[in-house]
Design a protein around this ligand. Structure first.
Ligand code: HEC
Ligand code: HEC
Length: 319
């Protein structure tokens, strides 16, 4: 009893100290209660869509893979989408919007930011801003920041916490990936088979509720495309080191995370063509971006780091 009390007062004191730093104080659970009335209904609808994105009637036609938002914005101990503490948590996200995005060369709303994940991570079509699904998802993500101070972001369309982690992680892993050779690919395959394949499958196609990482089935792509953050050798490694193996985030060494994602992202993923991910202007209305042409492939994603995917793989299987 005494030791417990001591422990409590020590951690309470530690909390007070780090409490002055808004980032360390980021909560790791959703608020305890939903908002009342129509807003609460929207929040719940958004939560449902984030859990079942590729089967939900309001979004299934806009998804071109077998992923859900929760595949990457992982559920925390409260079971809610995006509350896990790793990189890509949604807690604090809404405090940063509207925020600047270099990719679109524009100031993005939270709906814009969410809808862009459909074109890339979900390998699908961008939902139309202000439709029910778009408002509902933004309502849910906003709820997760209730009570947190606003902190506008002039550099990245991400929460203050995530943007710090992405900027650091992307820079750090870019240096490591630029030095990659075929030996790193071979090591990545070996590690993948030892630490990841039991859930994601040796063929990357996923198993049961464990999501796919690459490839096609019956002519349909299974995972994120080459325009997604996860497909970039540096960002993919930063995310995996923070969140995987599931429940054992932060256990992979830098070189291990880098080699595993070198291997994963050298497997077949859909090409990205921005124009094909947008509805025609007559249907979509305004698209809030100054960049209207953007294309990526597995090959170009490797080239971005000065790497030749054929040499890394040791074959010529990537088109
Ligand atoms: C394959 C993984 C993946 C899936 C699936 C995915 N996202 Fe993301 N999402 C990311 C990554 C990676 C980033 C940050 C990347 C960057 O900024 O380059 C991100 C960023 C975001 C952000 C900005 C959050 C912040 O504070 O950093 C929002 C909001 C978001 N996603 C919403 C969604 C929604 C809603 C869905 C489902 C429709 C979804 N995402 C599906 C990987 C994914
Ligand atoms: C115990 C099972 C398990 C292990 C082991 C595991 N994962 Fe995962 N992984 C998951 C689950 C489950 C999710 C999605 C979270 C959800 O649906 O709640 C996920 C999500 C992912 C995603 C994002 C979604 C997607 O499909 O693209 C990537 C990338 C990923 N894992 C890579 C890895 C890598 C690399 C390893 C090995 C270092 C690994 N995982 C080990 C279960 C696992």
């Amino acid at each position: 009893m005494k030791t417990n009390l001591l422990k409590y007062s020590v951690s309470a004191a530690a909390l007070l100290i780090i409490g002055s730093n808004a980032m360390a104080a980021t909560p790791t659970a959703a608020p305890k209660t939903y908002p009342a009335g129509e807003v609460g209904k929207m929040v719940k609808l958004g939560e449902d869509i984030l859990m079942h994105t590729n089967t939900h009637p309001l979004t299934k036609d806009m998804v071109g893979d077998k992923l859900q938002c929760i595949s990457c914005h992982i559920r925390g101990s409260d079971g809610k989408p995006g509350t896990a503490p790793g990189i890509a948590t949604f807690i604090g996200t809404a405090t940063a919007f509207p925020a600047y995005s270099k990719r679109e060369k524009s100031v993005q709303t939270l709906q814009d930011r969410i809808n862009n994940c459909f074109m890339r991570s979900m390998n699908g079509k961008r939902p139309i801003v202000d439709t029910k699904a778009s408002v509902a998802m933004a309502a849910y993500v906003t709820w997760l920041s209730e009570g947190m101070p606003m902190k506008m972001n002039a550099k990245m369309p991400c929460s203050p916490l995530n943007s710090e982690r992405w900027m650091h992680g992307a820079k750090h892993f870019a240096k490591i990936q630029k030095r990659a050779t075929h030996a790193n690919y071979v090591n990545g395959k070996k590690l993948y088979e030892a630490k990841c394949a039991m859930c994601h499958g040796a063929d990357g196609a996923g198993m049961g509720t464990f999501p796919p990482l690459w490839g096609q089935k019956n002519g349909k792509w299974l995972a994120y495309n080459t325009g997604a953050g996860m497909s970039k050798l540096n960002k993919g490694a930063a995310w995996v080191q923070s969140n995987m193996p599931l429940g054992q985030g932060k256990t992979l060494k830098d070189q291990e995370a880098a080699d595993i994602m070198l291997y994963v992202n050298a497997q077949p993923h859909a090409d990205f063509d921005l124009r094909k991910a947008l509805y025609p202007a007559s249907k979509m209305g305004h698209y809030n971006s100054k960049v209207l042409h953007e294309k990526h492939s597995v090959r170009s994603n490797f080239k971005q780091f000065g790497l030749n995917v054929d040499k890394i793989r040791g074959d010529h299987k990537i088109k």
